[in-house]
Design a protein around this ligand. Structure first.
Ligand code: ZN
Ligand code: ZN
Length: 454
């Protein structure tokens, strides 16, 4: 039996060699998406960037894509800064003793031995924390509340996600010894949501965690009583440098290999609390099943490539998207697309295209209207896995917007598991992506550069 490593070596060797062994005939795409999400969540599960599980996931993915009939299946590893979770717990110790459901944020540093016991200071918003005087939080733990609500387009993740992304740096600047936030999430389960935070270069990294929404409500009610609060906080997760992550890429060659290609991205890594079913096994499943389905009636004109990116979740810089652009930036690309917003139905489409490609966008809209997918006036941006190649080549982008009403109930929690994926909604994604690919991958005319308005 081949070990995972030799299997990968064989696959890499296959990609490099000119004597191509028997390859699978591309399958037609039906049932493939579910099969990928089910397989990845069952046979691998959580696959944080830089972990051995993410490494096993690369082997799994390369074998899967090869079996599905993709060509030029390659694993492209890279070094990255990663973060590993440790033991974590917290409780409110004053004015009332209450356990808190907490999880560390990525790039939190460990609390001191025996835990951090400190005054807990309540801030209703990120702006309130920003307004606190310098040094006023010395030795204390800041708690940052917010009011994220569910939205169909998921837009609350921008402003409220900033509590997670920027709050810890601001708290550290004010002298805080630690920071706890209300999870960037919209559910009422006692599940905290993890996710990366960042510390600006000029601040000292501090322990940083998120409590579940019900626990944040409890802290807010306690704070409203006006008595001093105290917390006992243990978060032992820590960064580790020189971790190995990697991308898996695979092609379905088009009839004219000289034409710029279509690249479809997702990310293979996941957070560790759930099994990464909606974030983002579903994305990899959708793009790959659609690429196959688009070729079911014969090869498309242009090559379709799938990029299953490594280290999207913890990539402060230099994740899979950047590595892809570094290795493949010289190959002509035409359009980039990404699926990384769960498994709910697609309801809107956005474009970024050159003025001369309006007719192509109209053709895409024409196939989407009957599927109930409506044009939106926003600009398509792709996402973290394709932003580097988009920037490098000024690529046209198409975003297929999924219904995000429930996405932030599950996002980065233990609830991100297979049972949350509705097979019918997953298949609707595949059908919509397939319809789009049949248009754009068969476009014979030039696909221009997108020059973003300044
Ligand atoms: Zn994601
Ligand atoms: Zn994520």
């Amino acid at each position: 039996m081949k070990t995972a490593t030799t299997l990968r070596a064989a696959l890499v060797a296959t990609a490099l060699s000119t004597a191509v062994p028997a390859l699978a005939t591309p399958v037609d795409g039906s049932g493939v998406a579910w099969d990928i999400v089910e397989g990845l969540t069952t046979e691998i599960g959580p696959r944080p960037a830089g972990s051995t599980a993410e490494d096993r996931a690369r082997d799994w993915s390369a074998a899967k894509l090869t079996a599905l009939g993709f060509r030029n299946v390659r694993v492209e590893e890279f070094k990255t800064l990663a973060w590993q979770r440790g033991p974590e717990r917290a409780s409110l110790t004053a004015p009332y003793a209450q356990p808190l459901a907490i999880t560390a944020l990525g790039f939190s540093v460990p609390t001191p031995k025996g835990g951090l016991k400190a005054e807990l200071v309540y801030f209703p918003t990120l702006a309130a924390l920003e307004a606190a005087p310098e040094g006023s939080l010395a030795g204390k733990v800041a708690f940052i509340d917010h009011a994220m609500r569910a939205a169909q387009d998921g837009s609350g993740y921008g402003p409220y996600g900033n509590v997670r992304r920027e709050g810890p740096t601001i708290a550290s600047r004010k002298g805080a010894a630690g920071v706890v936030i209300r999870s960037a999430g919209t559910d009422g389960h006692r599940n905290p949501h993890t996710g990366v935070t960042t510390f600006a270069k000029d601040v000292k990294p501090i322990p940083a965690g998120a409590v579940s929404n019900p626990d944040a409500d409890l802290i807010a009610r306690t704070a409203a009583r006006g008595k001093p609060m105290a917390i006992d906080l243990t978060l032992m997760g820590k960064p580790f440098p020189d971790a190995t992550s990697g991308n898996v890429i695979a092609d379905l060659p088009g009839r004219d290999p000289s034409l710029p290609i279509i690249v479809l991205a997702c990310h293979l890594d996941s957070w560790d609390l759930g099994t990464g079913a909606v974030d983002d096994a579903s994305g990899c499943a959708i793009v790959s099943a659609a690429a196959l389905a688009a070729q079911a009636g014969g090869q498309t004109l242009r090559t379709i490539r799938v990029l299953w990116s490594g280290n999207e979740e913890m990539a402060l810089s230099g994740g899979g998207g950047e590595h892809y652009a570094k290795l493949h930036g010289a190959e002509p690309h035409a359009i980039a697309m990404e699926s990384d917003f769960g498994a709910d139905r697609v309801w809107q489409v956005n474009f970024s295209h050159a003025p001369e490609n309006k007719a192509l966008a109209d053709k895409v809209n024409a196939v989407l209207w009957p599927m109930g997918v409506v044009p939106h006036k926003g600009r398509a941006e792709g996402g973290a896995d394709v932003e580097a190649i988009i920037a490098a080549q000024k690529l046209a982008v198409i975003d297929l917007g999924q219904d995000g009403t429930h996405y932030f109930d599950l996002h980065h929690t233990p609830d991100d598991t297979l049972d949350k994926v509705d097979p019918a909604a997953l298949q609707q994604n595949v059908d919509v992506w397939t319809a789009v690919l049949k248009v754009i991958a068969n476009e014979a005319g030039p696909i221009g550069k997108f020059e973003a308005a300044q």
